[in-house]
Design a protein around this ligand. Structure first.
Ligand code: 5RP
Length: 282
């Protein structure tokens, strides 16, 4: 978790949380403290929360990654009164910690299978809002919470905004797999045309990455022509025995918010329209 959010949380737990701020420029100074990519992530997250986490929303899915702490930061700023009747559902260990440390009420999707809204990051988003997710190996729970939500919103910095998947995210499609099936699955993915498909190895542990669900992750890159039809890739991978879930989210997001380097924001909607706001006006 970022030091900054730790501070926000520390100062809000056990003390009255500030009431929601009306849309005004008074919220700008906090953002000005950040620069570069972090500022872009915060801009996307704050704007998405302001527009999609409404007072009547009580069941809220919290995604994973480095953009999501800014989502929680902005939700906390809506105030204790609004948050006291809400339940927050995590997409993995990291977001569970975020929710608990923020003093928010934790729930799970087996108790609440219908959510009002889920906000999550993405590794790349194409012009039709298809996403690659799972850079943090959370794609299984992320997809369940995205599907469970009435509204699924993506928040990201400008680097994730592409015309076609695979443009900037070269690592491939993250696939959560049952451990004992991984070698067979690698063969099948190679046959499917993903010649570089490989088991994701841990960085500070000998051996593979193990997900929050005890599974392995295979990263499977595809050619740019295949990424033109991500739904077809998704269907083919889903048919392979031993696959638990695929980090391709097709036709799921209602909107994607991208913070830009210059302080503007790009909002892509599911109907294909793109809106650019020159200045943050929340
Ligand atoms: O899918 C994810 C984790 O499995 C994340 O949402 C994705 O990796 C984006 O993370 P970040 O906000 O750090 O760029």
């Amino acid at each position: 978790m970022s030091e900054r959010l730790n501070q926000t949380i520390a100062s809000s737990v056990g003390t009255p949380i500030a009431p929601p701020q009306p849309p005004s420029s008074s919220s700008k100074p906090m953002r000005a403290a950040l620069t570069g990519i972090d500022a872009a992530k915060q801009l996307a997250a704050w704007t998405a929360v302001d527009e999609h986490v409404l007072p009547e929303h009580k069941l809220i899915g919290i995604g994973s990654g480095s953009t999501v702490p800014f989502v929680v930061e902005r939700i906390l700023a809506q105030g204790k009164e609004l948050n006291k009747d809400r339940v927050f559902l995590p997409t993995g260990f990291q977001s569970k910690e975020l929710i608990v440390n923020a003093g928010l009420t934790l729930g799970d999707v087996d108790q609440y299978p219908n959510l009002d809204v889920t906000i999550d990051g993405a590794d790349e988003v194409d012009r039709r809002l298809n996403c690659i997710k799972g850079g943090g190996a959370c794609q299984l729970r992320e997809k369940v919470l995205a599907e469970a939500a009435e509204t699924f919103i993506i928040v990201a910095d400008f680097r994730k905004n592409s015309e076609t998947l695979g443009t900037t995210w070269k690592q491939g499609v993250p696939i959560e797999v049952t451990p004992f099936a991984y070698a067979r699955l690698l063969q099948n993915l190679h046959r499917m045309g993903s010649k570089a498909a490989a088991l994701r190895m841990a960085k500070a542990k000998a051996g593979p990455v193990v997900t929050d669900n005890g599974n392995f992750v295979i990263d499977a890159p595809f050619s740019s022509s295949r990424y033109e039809e991500p739904e077809q890739i998704l269907r083919e991978i889903k048919m392979l025995t031993g696959v638990v879930e695929v980090g391709l989210f097709c036709n799921m997001a209602k909107a994607a918010y991208f913070g830009n380097e210059d302080g503007s924001i790009t909002i892509k909607l599911a109907d294909g329209t793109v809106h650019k706001r020159e200045h943050r006006d929340v």
